[in-house]
Design a protein around this ligand. Sequence first.
Ligand code: NAD
Length: 301
Amino acid sequence: MSNIGFIGLGIMGNAMSKNLLKAGHSLVAYDIVPELLDRVVAAGAARGESCSDTAARSEIVITMLPDGPEVEQAVLGPGGVLEGARPGSILADMSSISPLVAQKAGAACAAKGVRFLDAPVSGGEPKAIDGTLAIMVGGDDATFQEMLPIFQKMGSSVTLTGAVGAGNVTKLANQIIVACNIAAMGEALVLATRAGLDPEVVFNAIKGGLAGSTVLNAKAPMVIGRNFKPGFRIKLHQKDLRNALLAAESMKVALPLTSSVQQMLMALINEGKGDLDHSAIVTFIEGMAGIEVKRPQSAGA
Ligand code: NAD
């Protein structure tokens, strides 16, 4: 089996790298935070000294970093992956970043003979731990087929969606649908509450119809129960919608709903709510109405 370098061992990378170790892969791991690296070394990985050292000791490198600037630094910057990577090796960036940055990294890799895939994920920490992430991949088919058995150790759904950048376009499409759904749910529940209805009764009445969705089923109970423990943080979703708007601008596409929700997320970050679950988008709509979505006293619970 190929040696795999794994760079970025935060919430997602910690769980994903451990699934590769459990599957018997030999791993060189690296993170700029030593305590995070220690956890994965304790689970059996070799200790990388830098991004370039990790790449030099691997045939396949996986990165799982916060956003585009970190990917540019870790891949293209001094001491980065491309300083160490061997021609013919593969770099799979699984971070959620702008498709434009993915294409820039892909072109820089190609210039050095390194094959590149962008492969962001959906599913969050629970699915990262279970190895059941949805993985959306951009790149060429031959490289995809080579990486597929490795992706399948981390995810239960792995789809090639197009050329380099397509993985992140698909991820942004996912994030637009989720964010706009949460905001629409927030408006609906605020209206129902102001009308004196029990939001839980309204949720139960509509969840089986056309308005029903995975987002509604996951997030309405959190809002009604006033539980905004993340899940997926407001600040990460704001980053994703910013990347969607930047990509859309470069293609001259207007995204008015995405733009509105991105502004709500920015306002919530400024209110100190960046680390709450993204279901807390509803609190922005509640603020404009001066009302909180909750069950009437008489409804109990
Ligand atoms: P995180 O912040 O927990 O982890 C990122 C790690 O990258 C950190 O440990 C950080 O120290 C490390 N890092 C940053 N710069 C580095 C560098 N130059 N060299 C080496 N390491 C570096 O983030 P996360 O929650 O694990 O998310 C990672 C990516 O996955 C993000 O793009 C996020 O949007 C995406 N994602 C997250 C979730 C989720 O629920 N957390 C779900 C789906 C997708």
